[in-house]
Design a protein around this ligand. Structure first.
Ligand code: GN1
Ligand code: MG
Length: 365
């Protein structure tokens, strides 16, 4: 395997000799490797999952455009952060296609960076808020870049409900029985969860460049826990701000990781939520419209519901989409996410108050 990885990496324009290639802990979809060389520059090699990403070339184009835009703007905006730089292949593309038709891309490894799977304290949460807020600002007004919607309706509840209903028709009786409570939960909340999709269709919000996977582990920090960079631009697409904001809260403000099975204790941590909003508002307060801000809390509820719904759908489909480590892994993730939605519902008024205070929003109806 390492030999094959070396062969792929050597098709990119890199200086130095590869010393080692090891697997990086990298999420549920793609395969990612750390390539170290005998120079000061190391790399991250990534194999893109073509079962999930049908338009890999479009995805890579999006990533290049956005990382170039961020790097250009960082030269003139005084922000102490950095961004990924992609490496060209010897053929002149930003990817290499192997014999099995898999696409690979290579980027510089950002040195001395720290990531967290779970937020250790409020200061890190505040920094994460600042980082994701700066991402929104750094990618604002980029309609000229023609960023593609590479995964159509990625965060659309109506689409996810259709996929869920189709999975229900084909699922085994055993899996349906095991997931009965979660299936009921989906049905009970479905109409409220479609509201953002309706508002988006009615053009209530501006369409922005969105990251679409704003979890804590996609934020890099320096050794003093200051925000350093946002990584994983695979799902950068046009979208509304609410799902990026909500997805951060899902991952950063939960007291448990996504597959923790202590369902009774899972809760949103309001002090973390306050810290995130404070950091996020620093850069975004002037950019966001009042209507966008008003619906940020609904973004939290909706994206956690979407993630639970997607895990549940995959469980009913016998785990085709997400990598799983054990038999009921997707069902555990579903229960975890729905426990978190319940905690958000329970604390909803407090969440609204914190949001309005952080963004200085007076009540609007
Ligand atoms: C997937 O592969 P990873 O971990 O970066 C998924 C996200 C989910 C996430 C759940 C393309 O991201 O939407 O939020 O798992 N990405 C895709 O942890 O489906
Ligand atoms: Mg991702």
């Amino acid at each position: 395997m390492v030999e094959k990885l070396k062969l792929i990496t050597n098709q990119f324009c890199i200086e130095g000799i590869i010393e080692n290639i090891s697997t990086l802990n990298s999420g549920h979809i793609n395969s990612t490797y750390l390539v170290t060389t005998n120079t000061n520059t190391n790399f991250v090699l990534q194999k893109l999952n073509s079962y999930v990403f049908k338009d890999v070339v479009g995805l890579i184009e999006n990533k290049i455009k956005i990382s170039e835009l961020i790097n250009k703007r960082l030269k003139v905006i005084d922000l102490n952060i950095t961004s990924a730089q992609f490496v060209k292949s010897e053929r002149g593309d930003f990817y290499v296609k192997d014999k099995e038709q898999n696409y690979w891309n290579l980027q510089n490894y950002i040195p001395d960076a720290i990531t967290f799977d779970k937020a250790p304290n409020k200061d890190v949460v505040f920094e994460a808020g600042k980082l994701y807020g700066s991402f929104l600002v750094l990618t604002a007004n980029a309609s000229n870049l023609d960023i593609k919607e590479t995964l159509k309706d990625f965060h659309s509840v109506p689409l996810r409900l259709n996929q869920f209903n189709e999975a229900l028709l084909n699922a085994s009786e055993e899996r349906k029985k095991e997931a009965q409570n979660e299936i009921d939960f989906v049905v009970e909340h479905q109409s409220e969860m479609c509201k953002l999709a309706t508002l988006k269709n009615e053009s209530a919000f501006p369409i922005r460049v969105t990251h679409n996977d704003t979890k804590l582990s996609n934020a890099l920090f320096d050794k003093n826990n200051k925000g350093l960079a946002i990584i994983d631009l695979d799902t950068v697409m046009p979208g509304i701000v609410h799902f990026d904001f909500g997805d951060s809260i899902r991952s950063i403000c939960s007291n448990a990781e996504e597959d923790n099975d202590n369902f009774d204790t899972i809760a949103i941590q309001l002090d973390y939520y306050k810290a995130y909003c404070k950091g996020y508002a620093i850069y975004t307060q002037k950019l966001l419209t009042k209507t966008e801000i008003k619906y940020l809390p609904l973004g939290i509820k909706t994206i956690i519901y979407i993630m639970g719904l997607r895990f549940l759908t995959d469980f009913l489909n016998n785990d085709k989409y997400y990598k799983t480590a054990y038999k009921n892994h997707n069902l555990v993730r579903t229960k975890n996410q729905f426990a978190l939605v319940k905690s958000v519902i329970k604390n909803y008024n407090k969440i609204i108050t914190i949001t309005n205070a952080a963004f200085d929003l007076k009540d609007i109806s």
